[in-house]
Structure formats: structure tokens, C-alpha cells
Design a protein around this ligand. Structure first.
Ligand SMILES: [Zn+2]
Length: 245
């Protein structure tokens, strides 16, 4: 019965039977896994509130006959990121990132880079209120870590930088006015200022004085990119839209 000790972040949970939970964890040492927490739904459970989404824990897991479903022996909270839970908009952005991680990573796919990224994202979300800026910065960072690179400086079709009016998530970058004449399917409108802002964020250049419009448009572009990769909008995106009213 091999034991695994690892740090982890709770992605989500579902009920199992009368008193148990199946917890999806993104662990540092084992990647994304599912594990049963016996008795976790009892009022006096020894696990307390360890399995609320976003919670960072130290946990001990063991295998019991099923490689794909571990058991949780112990879970101690390192950080609960409770400020995220106090604000609907923070919750919605937080859930968006948890859903991304759940969708992008295969089970047992160990990725310490993305694990640190998630901890960093949750800490910033917990302590900052510039949520759109965070979403853009961490959205671009997540794409880079996952091996996706988009062009925000030149037209992806002709390699030139004439009049830029559109962005194509499918093609992977900006589309200029003349290249867009052939086919406008799936193109998102983008302003020059937004493209420059995204390009600066991607190059990790010093903070720019982007306008509120550029920020809003950048958020839509990044959501468009993730929806394109996953094949449909994320569930938590609807939640973000609802919270915004
Ligand atoms: Zn072009």
C-alpha cells in the first residue's frame, strides 16, 4: 500500500454514497488525480473544510486496488485563500482557472510549472482586486506554459503589420484588413491598443497604461482563445458573465 505525501490544490468534489466525497486534486507530485475522502461529508469529519475548491493542502494519499481512484488518509490546510470566497467575481475567475487546469491536464500528468502557476494565480486573486488585469496576465502565462503561442504583433497570414482589425484564435494571431477579406469566419474584432497590450503582457514588458476598453477586449480575446482550444466556452465563463450582470 504505497503512501504518497504531496501538496495539492482542490479542484472540485462530488458526493459519494452517504458520507463520502470524491475529490479532484491537482497535486504537485502526482499531477491531477481523483481520490476518495471517507466520511468527508459528516459534520464532525476529521477533514474539516480541507476540500473546499481553491484550498491548498498537504495531503497523504494511498492506493487501494484502483490506480485511478486513490484514498485520502490525511489533509491539512496550508492556505484556504478565503478572500476569493468572499467575492463572487473572484470566485468566478478562480473557478475559471480551476476549470482550465482540469480541462488541460490529463490524470497523473505531473507538471510542477503549472502547479506553481496555480498557487501564484490563487495568491494574487486572493490579495488583489484588479481582476481583469490578473486574468489577462495569468491567461497569457497559462497559454505559454501549456505550449501555446499567439502572435499579437503582426498579421499571422502575411507576416506584415498593416491595418490590424481582427484576431483569429484558430489561426493563432492577428489578421490584417486585407487578409480578412478572404474569410471572416471566426474572427474577433481587436483594436490596435489591445493588440499592443497583449503583446506587451506576452513579452513580460513593463506595465503599460492600457485603457479600460483595451483591458475588456483583451479579456474577451483570451476567453475566445481558451474556448477555441477546448472546443466550446468554459462553464465558468457563463458564471463570470452572470456575475457581471
Ligand atoms: Zn495580413
Amino acid at each position: 500500500m504505497p503512501l504518497h505525501k504531496t501538496e495539492a490544490v482542490v479542484i472540485h468534489t462530488i458526493k459519494l454514497g452517504e458520507a463520502d466525497k470524491i475529490v479532484t486534486l491537482f497535486t504537485k507530485e502526482l499531477g491531477k488525480i481523483k481520490a476518495v475522502a471517507k466520511g468527508a461529508r459528516r459534520i464532525k469529519s476529521r477533514f474539516g473544510s480541507s476540500f473546499e475548491p481553491f484550498t491548498q493542502i498537504n495531503t497523504t494519499l494511498f492506493e487501494k486496488g484502483n490506480y485511478n481512484l486513490l484514498r485520502i488518509r490525511q489533509a491539512d490546510i496550508i492556505q484556504s485563500y478565503f478572500h476569493i470566497r468572499e467575492d463572487f467575481e473572484k470566485i468566478s475567475y478562480g473557478l475559471y482557472f480551476l476549470e482550465l487546469i482540469d480541462k488541460f491536464l490529463l490524470e497523473r500528468d505531473v507538471n510542477k510549472g503549472i502547479f506553481s502557476f496555480l498557487i501564484d494565480t490563487l495568491s494574487h486573486l486572493n490579495n488583489n482586486d484588479e481582476l481583469k488585469r490578473l486574468f489577462v496576465i495569468f491567461g497569457i502565462k497559462f497559454l505559454k506554459l501549456s505550449g501555446y503561442q499567439y502572435r499579437f504583433d503582426k498579421c499571422i497570414s502575411c507576416g506584415d503589420s498593416p491595418l490590424i482589425l481582427f484576431f483569429s484564435a484558430y489561426k493563432g494571431g492577428l489578421i490584417c484588413d486585407s487578409c480578412a477579406k478572404n474569410n471572416r469566419q471566426g474572427l474577433l474584432p481587436i483594436n490596435k491598443g489591445t493588440a499592443e497590450y497583449l503583446s506587451n503582457v506576452q513579452k513580460e514588458e513593463a506595465a503599460t497604461e492600457e485603457t479600460a476598453d483595451a483591458m475588456n477586449e483583451a479579456v474577451e480575446i483570451i476567453k475566445g482563445i481558451f474556448a477555441d482550444i477546448i472546443g466550446r466556452p468554459l462553464m465558468s465563463q457563463e458564471f463570470i458573465n452572470k456575475v457581471k450582470g
